[in-house]
Design a protein around this ligand. Structure first.
Ligand SMILES: Cc1ncc(COP(=O)(O)O)c(C=O)c1O
Length: 411
């Protein structure tokens, strides 16, 4: 046993936590409700609530269309802030559309730069939406999509590969790719790389510039706490931007939208990846969460995230492994993002019992993953210890058998 009294240990770790004060920057509601799903939908920052009130009451309510003079620059202003989290230049990141749509735009744009290559390479741990989009792009352009195992990615990058598209932190297991090695290998073979950063932005430090990354996309509603369905971001490096064409031509990507010309002429730089009117209400909700991460600092957040996921893994070993629960995430914290997946043959039923009886909110991913998202801005060590002990109670008492093994529409 690593910890004789996990709750007492957790309380002491929380007391000594230099980031503990950030929890009060979020709407917590019921403190006994243990929310470990910030890797799916981040909590609501207090300042976002105020920002949206102001936007609705004053900017929209009082200023109406005049407010567009300020709103129009929001995709770029937010992009410049997110750029600091991903290691890009201020004009290399733009906030627009969804992750899925941005992946489509960048993939189609990249494929036109490699006209004589026939393969789009991805991996079996990629998010299904990404794979569907790549398959759609493959169909549209006559390319084949090769899905390899994660450990085979480096070996599968050949001279026929036009683009390597991977999710940096795997959604089921939290496993991290070596961004630098994959990017270097792709470039050695003349391929472009496109990373999906949805589970890594705000959870692990990133340096797209330093790693020579060509293209990236990512979402803002997980670790960035931007709210349900908040718009995504895209990244294209300097030197590549001017060579890319957005496949979805719209007036916001036109050189002079308010010139209302009937000829499409692409805007300069990344602006060309805009298409239509940005959704200002949901876009404005992103800023408060990003500001909190910038204030805390990615290195400090990563340090706490590793301590917390290690704590969770240690507690799994002390309390859950003997009950048949497996660790489905990498054991080495350097190869893991900020969520830990625990497996069990009755994972879905246990997940349901945790939510309905125990006030613990993880999520479930097929076939057997209960994902615990650690969000160091607001997750406490106490919550982690309680979640593990409550899960032990569910398994020991077999209370999970009361729940059907039929998945609901959202898991
Ligand atoms: C890694 C990853 N990529 C893409 C998506 C899809 O994002 P969206 O539905 O916002 O387009 C998700 C959604 O959770 C995701 O986890």
């Amino acid at each position: 046993m690593k910890f004789r009294d996990p709750i007492q240990t957790a309380i002491e770790l929380d007391r000594a936590d230099p980031l503990a004060g950030f929890r009060s920057a979020f709407v917590i509601g019921n403190p006994d409700r243990i929310y470990l799903d910030g890797n799916s939908l981040g909590r609501l920052p207090v300042q976002t609530r105020q920002r949206l009130h102001d936007l609705i009451d004053f900017e929209w309510g009082e200023h109406q269309v005049e407010a567009w003079k300020d709103w129009i620059g929001l995709p770029n202003r937010l992009g410049a802030k997110i750029a600091k989290l991903v290691g890009g230049g201020a004009d290399e990141v733009l906030v627009c559309d969804s992750t899925s749509v941005n992946l489509y735009k960048l993939t189609m744009a990249a494929l036109t730069l490699r006209p004589n290559r026939n393969t789009i390479l991805t991996s079996s741990d990629n998010f299904p939406s990404d794979v569907y989009l790549l398959q759609g792009c493959g169909k549209e352009t006559g390319r084949k999509v090769q899905i390899c195992e994660p450990e085979d990615v480096l070996a599968q990058i050949t001279e026929d590969v036009a683009i390597v598209s991977l999710t940096h932190c795997a959604f089921k297991t939290g496993r991290l790719y070596d961004m630098q090695r994959v990017t270097e290998r792709a470039h050695e073979c003349g391929a472009l790389v496109l990373w999906d950063l949805s589970h890594s932005v705000g959870s692990v430090p990133l340096d797209l510039n330093k790693n020579g990354v060509d293209l990236a996309v990512g979402c803002t509603y997980k670790y960035l706490n931007g709210g349900p369905g908040s718009p995504a971001f895209l990244y294209a490096r300097h030197g590549l931007q001017e060579k890319l064409t957005n496949p979805i031509w719209g007036w916001f990507g036109q050189k002079n939208p308010f010139g209302f010309s009937l000829e499409y002429e692409s805007a300069a730089g990344l602006q060309r990846f805009m298409t239509g009117t940005p959704p200002i209400l949901s876009m404005a909700a992103i800023e408060g969460g990003v500001d909190l991460i910038l204030e805390a600092g990615m290195d400090a957040l990563r340090e706490k995230s590793i301590r917390q996921t290690e704590f969770l893994v240690d507690l799994w070993q002390d309390h859950l492994e003997v009950l048949g629960v497996t660790l489905n995430s990498p054991t080495d914290p350097a190869s893991r993002g900020s969520h830990v997946s625990l497996g069990h043959p009755h994972a879905y039923q246990i997940d349901q019992a945790l939510i309905k009886e125990m006030n613990v909110i993880p999520d479930f991913r097929t076939p057997d993953n209960i994902r615990f998202g650690v969000t160091p801005l607001y997750t406490t060590f106490w919550e982690i210890a309680e979640a593990v002990l409550r899960m032990r109670r569910v398994i020991e008492s077999r209370s999970y058998t009361a729940y059907a093994n039929e998945f609901s529409s959202v898991t």
